[in-house]
Design a protein. Structure first.
Length: 65
């Protein structure tokens, strides 16, 4: 599947490594922002349920649009 994704990226004239790095950076930034949002409400991100983490992550994603 990974090779197929790389081939599609190349056909679209997208550097697959740069695209993956950019996406990874965006994801890491969103997780860090979700942690900050949780801390701002007095919550520890590591102690949240998966659903709560998802809500904070979605809020961080909305900020980045």
């Amino acid at each position: 599947m990974l090779f197929a994704a790389v081939n599609v990226a190349r056909r679209l004239n997208v550097d697959p490594e740069l695209a993956l790095r950019a996406m990874s950076d965006r994801f890491a930034a969103r997780v860090e922002r979700a942690e900050q949002l949780a801390m701002a409400t007095g919550r520890s991100f590591t102690e949240l349920t998966l659903e709560e983490k998802d809500r904070y992550f979605d809020a961080a994603k909305e900020e980045g649009r």
